[in-house]
Design a protein around this ligand. Structure first.
Ligand code: GDP
Length: 361
């Protein structure tokens, strides 16, 4: 089962939306990502989850397994969700795709006890400016006094298992949060009351610690994506790939390599790529495409395996000569049979839009 299954005769297919996690320090971004990864790994089923370079892919069937009765997989034709592993709004705002945000959708994590904090407001401003649809994860509900934890259950079941007292304490906290959002001009409500997600932000009570509400969170993300991103997710799978550099680093046996999130098209091991850098854009031939091996094999084999081609959305490592001056946040383009000058210019224009010009260095 691959993304290509959904391809129609024009070569267009729906890619996986890219999800970012933002929020104030210590509000639980890393824990939430860990929980999402963990809750799918424990199944031990092959294909349940794929670790990419810099990202984690959760296929629709896994979302639907986690979400249980909340999700009818036949309601969706997007293939799942790709979570960027580096949380925080710094990475969010520096990672661009064609001038927009690299992430198509976001989770804003807010600690229900701590409420709005400076970085929460910064994150909201960025989400607003980039017009990125987002959902609020009201995290740490398990810290409500008297909480009776319900591992990995949807929030409704978890609510039902609480004392009146715990329930009303949590409600109070959640309504404070909704008040904070409204003070920042976001009309928000508990996600199950939101009719129109274009006008209202949905709040999902969760615990990264116990997994409560995580099924709901994945369900809302899938629903939002399906509703608002479907057109934007239609890509030409066979077209020349486009992506963003996450990191530039040494890869043993390969020299300098770039970690890339690919958001459009395909890159193959035979391609020539154009990469933004601190000097002129780099034009170079791919030496190898690397992806992490499945978890089970890591102990016995090398960590990465070479693959022939990778299709968006995906995270991968690209090894090629001359990547030393490549730059995190810069665009990557597959040249394929297009004019080299055109693509170099495109990459330069994008760097300029990021506030980087080759003259400045
Ligand atoms: P980040 O800075 O936003 O990535 O926050 P972390 O994920 O590192 O979490 C900060 C602290 O809060 C850690 O000690 C976590 O164990 C704790 N934490 C995160 N989520 C929860 C939660 O849902 N419940 C509880 N009780 N603690 C949490």
């Amino acid at each position: 089962h691959t993304d290509a299954d959904a391809a129609d005769s024009t070569g267009e297919t729906l890619r996986t939306p890219i999800v970012a996690v933002l929020g104030h320090v210590d509000h639980g971004k890393t824990s939430l990502l860990d929980r999402i990864r963990g809750s799918t790994v424990i199944d031990g089923e092959a294909g349940a989850i794929t670790q990419h370079i810099g990202a984690t892919a959760v296929p629709l069937e896994t979302v639907s397994e986690i979400a249980g009765s909340l999700v009818d997989p036949t309601d969706f034709d997007l293939p799942g969700l790709l979570f960027i592993d580096t949380p925080g709004h710094h990475s969010f705002s520096t990672l661009r795709s064609r001038g927009g945000a690299l992430a198509d959708i976001a989770i804003l994590v807010i600690d229900v006890n701590d409420g709005f904090q400076p970085q929460t407001i910064e994150a909201i401003d960025i989400l607003q400016r980039t017009e990125t649809p987002f959902v609020v994860a009201a995290n740490k509900v398990d810290t409500t006094p008297g909480w009776n934890p319900q591992e990995n259950t949807p929030i409704q079941g978890s609510y039902d298992a609480q004392s009146d007292r715990a329930r009303s304490t949590l409600d109070e906290r959640l309504y404070d949060l909704i008040g904070d959002l409204s003070d920042h001009d976001f009309s928000a409500d508990m996600y199950w009351r939101v009719q129109n997600f274009a006008n209202n932000v949905g709040v999902v009570p969760v615990s990264a610690e116990t997994g409560e509400g995580v099924p709901d969170l994945l369900t809302v993300l899938m629903g939002l994506s399906q509703r608002y991103l479907k057109d934007a997710m239609a890509i030409d799978v066979d077209g020349p790939g486009a992506g963003t550099v996450l990191e530039v680093k040494e890869q043993k046996g390969f020299g300098t390599a770039i970690d890339v999130v690919l958001y459009d098209g395909t890159v193959t091991a035979d391609d020539t790529i154009v990469v933004g850098g601190t000097g002129d854009p780099i034009v170079t031939d791919v030496r190898a495409l690397l992806q992490p091996r499945p978890l089970a094999e890591i102990r016995t084999e090398k960590r990465f395996e070479e693959v022939e081609s990778v299709t968006a959305a995906a995270g991968l490592k690209i090894a090629a000569p001359d990547l030393d001056s490549a730059m995190a946040g810069a665009p990557v383009r597959v040249l394929r049979n297009r004019q080299r000058e055109d693509i170099v210019e495109e990459v330069e224009a994008e760097l300029a839009a990021l506030g980087v010009t080759t003259e400045e260095q």
